[in-house]
Design a protein around this ligand. Structure first.
Ligand SMILES: Cc1cc2nc3c(=O)[nH]c(=O)nc-3n(C[C@H](O)[C@H](O)[C@H](O)COP(=O)(O)OP(=O)(O)OC[C@H]3O[C@@H](n4cnc5c(N)ncnc54)[C@H](O)[C@@H]3O)c2cc1C
Length: 748
């Protein structure tokens, strides 16, 4: 009976449905398939499936540094930070000074991710993030010298895929700085679509040390390569072919990765780009008819053609560490400095941080910093637990760099002229110029948002789609029908349940869902559950109605990606609040951060529904899951003011928010902080003077409004404020580089 019923079902339902699925499945290149398979899924799957089990996030241990890692932070990291003078690097020398390179090499900064058995530090993702965050808070150029060797590049690829011989030779040399690595993927034709590169190798015989050797003749022309102009070993991606069939029948062997010493004949490096006026070495390089022996292929000959998979596997984790650390550093500097500067800078006889317009921008900085640092910590917890969360890493890459851009813009606006005038006293403008670099590298942001986050998330996190795609791609029709049949009905049941759940939560404002905690956090968890169910069902409808066309409907998929991202960011903020012991002072930061993300997710849902290509489906979805429109509103003004106050006063919340940056007493940030703390401490004295309408300290002293000691401290504070409010000026020749006489002659 069962077999008969099954075959009837298979013939009349499953088979036609399979035919339809095959017709709408997007054409997928091998590179896309490999990108989709890279890494693991983690809490992103909970959010995409509509009924998140929060314990999978909340129970993750809080990331901590080991004693050895902490000692490295206290020793070499502090030492390196003391050496960094960003103005000297970016303006005076336009290069990374030798003292910094010496420190980076001798103290082991080039081998942070390399295991100890190979002479590296073997640090956790948490430690690497903390190290980069502190260095980046001193200046982006110096940070790149540490970021590049410890993110996607020869080191990581060797560790993941290298042969034992390659690892034993290269890793110790990379760890102790004998070798400087770079990785060349991008070329003139191939940017975002890196797999379309024309850099090319041909399998050929050559001669090495007088011995006939099998290898490849490779020609390339790469650009934008960080550390490329000075690297001693270049990781290179190229397409390999075998037209003479030396290796076998196949002609086009695919993208292959090799490690090429830059002293090899035919390799040309040295010329430099000047990206965003940053001074880290970055430039083009070429190879002309370079003979590359087979054993220079990373992983050896058997890894021919696997280059793309190797790259995306490495990126699946790496994207979640370095750029987010650098971005959060920029945000912490923005919060630290803007809170302080807004408090000490007075106009109209009031600190500018008291003006509502300034508070609105300062609140954005503070709450985004809280949220992105929370997301950084949550991602590190996953990475250190062995996950390689490809989708969350893409979320982090996009949102951390965008949040840094917003925070730095707001910080620049609030500092106004003080941030615009360049010079050694300016602690913001270098980061401002470097932001587009972070936005562009490791997957340019527009593409990351529009294509990658939801594109990967929708398939990787779905409980059934991958099985269905695998069935649809089977060549044997009967086997395909049987396999498709096994998953189809479970998928249908899941869709029905998700629809009911989304409608129930939509019509009850999410209020009846169970939250994992009681108290003021609970309503936020309920909204996350409501929006997660909505995301799951809109995602189902999108895939069913648009099929392969969804890949081109980037405005829809970007918004679905925004929903996923903001739900993750909101969860991360709530986890951080719980992990840090729920300090009452931090609640406004957490509350503002979560509300902002929930509003963004709810708004994205509305916009997807408003723009749903099949209007009838759009109306149906609105009726079912968002009947009352956007119900998660933006944070109230009063809350924004409280958030602004947390960074405009020397609160414990401000200290927690900005911990991990370098702000020693003798650098501009440290001096600003000192002026800020003294100013805040003397506020009661200033209040007495304001009440008496006396502006002069001497006059207040004469009238007996303040004591002699108070007068002295006020004068000290005012002097400090004047000092940190100053900007730089230069003799004209210091800027133009022209001698004064030559300038006068030209003017005449
Ligand atoms: C300072 C710097 C350092 C770098 N370091 C390295 C390095 O060390 N090694 C290396 O190999 N490369 C490096 N790169 C290259 C970097 O990874 C590329 O710049 C990046 O991949 C984007 O390529 P592109 O600049 O050619 O932009 P394009 O690919 O031309 O993209 C242009 C725009 O189109 C958008 N776009 C493209 N495709 C899509 C799509 N399908 N959907 C939506 N939007 C899309 C992009 O988001 C972008 O906004 C570096 C670049 C810079 C600027």
């Amino acid at each position: 009976m069962a077999a008969h019923a099954e075959s009837f079902r298979q013939r009349n339902i499953t088979r036609p449905l399979l035919k339809w699925v095959r017709s709408v499945l997007p054409a997928m290149s091998d590179t896309e398939r490999e990108a989709l398979a890279a890494g693991t899924v983690w809490f992103d799957a909970e959010l995409m499936r509509g009924n998140p089990d929060f314990s999978k996030l909340l129970d993750m241990p809080v990331p901590r540094l080991s004693d050895e890692e902490q000692a490295f932070m206290d020793g070499p990291v502090e030492e390196l930070c003391r050496l960094i003078d960003d103005w000297q690097i970016t303006f005076a020398e336009r290069d990374i000074p030798k003292a910094i390179w010496d420190c980076v090499k001798s103290r082991g900064f080039l081998g942070l991710i390399i295991p100890q058995e190979y002479g590296g530090k073997g640090f956790s993702a948490t430690a690497n993030s903390a190290i980069v965050m502190k260095i980046a808070s001193r200046g982006p150029s110096a940070a790149v010298t540490v970021i590049v060797p410890n993110s996607l590049g020869p080191g990581e690829l060797l560790m993941l895929f290298g042969t034992d011989k390659q690892k034993s030779y290269w890793l110790p040399r990379l760890a102790d700085g004998r070798e400087i690595p770079a990785f060349g993927l991008t070329s003139l034709d191939a940017g975002s679509d890196a797999a379309s590169m024309t850099d090319h190798g041909v399998v050929a015989w050559g001669e090495v040390n007088g011995k006939k050797t099998l290898g490849m003749r490779v020609n390339w022309s790469k650009r934008y390569i960080s550390l490329g102009p000075i690297c001693t070993v270049l990781g290179l991606a190229f397409k390999l072919s075998d037209p003479d069939h030396i290796l076998g029948d196949e002609e086009n062997l695919g993208i292959t990765l090799a490690l090429i010493p830059t002293t090899t004949k035919g390799v040309s490096i040295g010329r430099r780009h000047y990206p965003g006026m940053q001074a880290f070495p970055n430039g083009p390089n070429t190879g002309t008819d370079v003979f590359v022996p087979m054993d220079w292929i990373i992983g050896g000959q058997e890894r021919i053609g696997q280059g793309w998979r190797m790259l995306v596997t490495a990126l699946a984790a790496g994207r979640g560490v370095m750029l987010p650390a650098m971005s959060v550093a920029g945000m912490k500097v923005a919060a630290f400095s803007t809170g302080a500067y807004g408090r000490i800078r007075e106009q109209f006889n009031l600190p500018v941080s008291r003006f509502e317009g300034v508070q609105e921008a300062a609140a954005r900085i503070a709450s985004d910093t809280y949220k992105m640092d929370a997301a950084r910590r949550a991602t590190l917890a996953a990475l250190d637990a062995g996950e390689k969360p490809a989708v969350i890493s893409a979320v982090m890459k996009y949102h951390a760099t965008e949040a840094m851009r917003r925070a730095t813009n707001d910080a620049m606006d609030i500092h106004s002229g003080k941030a615009v005038i360049d010079g050694p006293r300016n602690y913001l403008s270098s980061a401002y110029r470097a932001i587009p670099i972070a936005i562009t590298v490791e997957g340019a942001n527009i593409m990351t948002r529009s294509l990658m986050i939801y594109g990967q998330g929708s398939i990787r996190c779905h409980p059934f789609i991958q099985e269905e795609i695998a069935a649809a791609q089977m060549s044997d029709d009967d086997e395909a029908v049987a396999a498709f049949d096994r998953v189809l009905y479970r998928h249908a049941a899941y869709t029905f349940m998700t629809l009911v759940r989304a409608a129930w939560r939509g019509w009850t404002f999410g209020l009846l869902s169970r939250a994992p905690v009681h108290g003021r956090e609970a309503p936020h968890y309920r909204q996350i559950k409501r929006l997660s169910a909505a995301l799951a069902i809109v995602s189902e409808f999108s895939m069913v109605t648009m099929g392969g066309a969804l890949k081109r409907k980037e405005m829809i998929s970007a918004r679905l990606g925004d929903m996923l991202s903001h739900l993750f960011l909101a969860c991360a903020a709530l986890k951080r609040f719980a992990d840090t012991g729920r300090p009452a002072e931090d609640w406004p930061l957490c509350d503002h951060a979560v509300r902002t993300s929930l509003n963004a997710a709810d708004t994205a849902l509305k916009e997807v529904i408003d723009n749903f290509p099949m209007r009838l489906v759009g109306w149906y979805l609105r009726l079912k899951i968002q009947p009352f429109g956007v119900i998660c509103s933006t944070p109230r003004d009063r809350l924004a003011q409280k958030v602004s106050d947390t960074i405009s006063e020397p609160t414990a919340a401000r200290d927690r928010l900005t911990e991990g940056i370098y702000a020693a007493a003798d650098i501009e940030l440290g001096k600003l902080d000192h002026a800020f703390r003294l100013t805040a401490e003397l506020e009661p004295v200033r209040a007495v003077m304001r009440k008496a309408r006396v502006r002069s300290v001497d006059e207040a002293r004469r009238q007996g409004l303040i004591t002699g000691n108070e007068a002295a401290r006020l004068s000290e504070a005012m002097e400090l404020v004047r000092e940190v409010s100053k900007v730089d000026d230069f003799a004209p020749e210091e800027i133009t580089g022209k001698k004064p006489a030559a300038r006068k002659r030209k003017a005449a």
